[in-house]
Design a protein around this ligand. Structure first.
Ligand SMILES: [Zn+2]
Length: 89
């Protein structure tokens, strides 16, 4: 897997988890939220797409000159921080 693909996968995972956490029981569309629903709901996926752009921006993905390795490190760090915060709650 190349680095850009890794960055896309990781940022999508982070974005997906964030949107999922915001919709504890009810999806963006108002239906009951389940893992199956998340994967098939257009509104949920759209929300993940939008969030992913913010996650990428925060990691420096749109900065020029692009430092793809640094973006990857930033994403991994933020993913670990999130996991830590989730444990503390
Ligand atoms: Zn939905």
């Amino acid at each position: 897997m190349n680095t850009t693909q890794e960055i896309m996968d990781l940022s999508r995972k982070i974005a997906w988890e964030e949107v999922s956490r915001e919709c504890v029981f009810t999806c963006k569309c108002g239906k009951l939220l389940t893992g199956f629903h998340e994967a098939h709901c257009g509104k949920f996926q759209k929300a993940v797409d939008v969030r992913q752009r913010f996650v990428l921006r925060d990691a420096g993905f749109y900065k020029e000159p692009k430092n793809i390795e640094q973006v990857k490190v930033n994403l991994k760090t933020s993913d670990e921080e999130r996991a830590q915060m989730a444990k503390q709650i």
